[in-house]
Design a protein around this ligand. Structure first.
Ligand code: 5GP
Ligand code: 5GP
Ligand code: 5GP
Length: 208
């Protein structure tokens, strides 16, 4: 019998553009290991229901344990960097993601499996490559949101959700890209539901 905490329908695999996190009024802080590469970074792998709601913090007894992801640490620093202030080594971000989201898929993916699944998904969805191949680059220019979606669909095979935020000049910009993943955490699927989008028709792709 599945326990309530694991009864979700799919994952959102969410990647963030660091330039759009950093150029807002709240600014950002680089990790202690230095400025991340100018590439999309993992935000999280989030269990979700197909009605758009989601479970969170499903197991207060399962805290993040860095020893369990020791072999993944180098890849996590590179592909899942934190940009929140104050600067840290990432532990705060990874703890938050595991405890809020990861614990809701715990019977399917243990902690090592959860972080490994997200890292593998990023390898399967090279968003920066997908966009630059379509002539959409992080050059501070404005791009049609449908062309952004089409470029990801062409490269990954599935249409993404796009989340925008605003920079200090109030321009709508490309902040996060959502792809949907089956409950095993290994395969992209069509999204049963997309996150609400507050994007303008044309959005900025800022430099980082
Ligand atoms: P925000 O306020 O930045 O949109 O979202 C804050 C937090 O809520 C996110 O970091 C994430 O943990 C959670 N969240 C927002 N939207 C979704 C969603 O559609 N699905 C899930 N699973 N979590 C979400
Ligand atoms: P969520 O709750 O949406 O899954 O994750 C957002 C939380 O993670 C916020 O509390 C935020 O402060 C923290 N966080 C740490 N580093 C980052 C980062 O690089 N990007 C985002 N979006 N949130 C981060
Ligand atoms: P959280 O609850 O995750 O701390 O933060 C809520 C929202 O604020 C998230 O959408 C996250 O992206 C954003 N946020 C949190 N910390 C920072 C920060 O240091 N800089 C920026 N630019 N945004 C942040």
């Amino acid at each position: 019998l599945a326990s309530a905490k694991d009864d979700f329908d799919f994952f959102y695999f969410v990647q963030q553009w660091p330039g759009s996190y950093c150029d807002t009024r709240r600014s950002c802080c680089y990790p202690l290991t230095g400025k991340p590469a100018a590439d999309f970074g993992i935000h999280g792998l989030w269990p979700n229901y197909k009605d758009g709601s989601w479970p969170s913090n499903c197991d207060p007894d399962s805290s993040y344990d860095p020893d369990k992801v020791d072999d993944l640490m180098e890849s996590m620093r590179e592909n899942w960097p934190t940009l929140a202030c104050p600067s840290s080594d990432g532990t705060t971000f990874w703890t938050h993601e595991w405890e809020k989201h990861g614990t809701c898929a715990e019977s399917i993916l243990d902690q090592h499996g959860y972080f490994e699944a997200a890292l593998n998904l990023k390898k399967q969805a090279n968003l920066l490559q997908a966009l630059t191949d379509a002539g959409i680059g992080p050059d501070g220019g404005f791009y049609n949101i449908n062309q952004i979606k089409a470029a990801v669909q062409r490269a990954v095979g599935f249409s993404p959700g796009i989340e925008c935020n605003v920079d200090e000049s109030r321009n709508s910009q490309l902040y996060q890209i959502y792809l949907c993943v089956d409950t095993s955490g290994t395969k992209f699927i069509e999204c049963p539901v997309y996150p609400r989008s507050k994007c303008s028709k044309r959005i900025e792709f800022p430099t980082f």
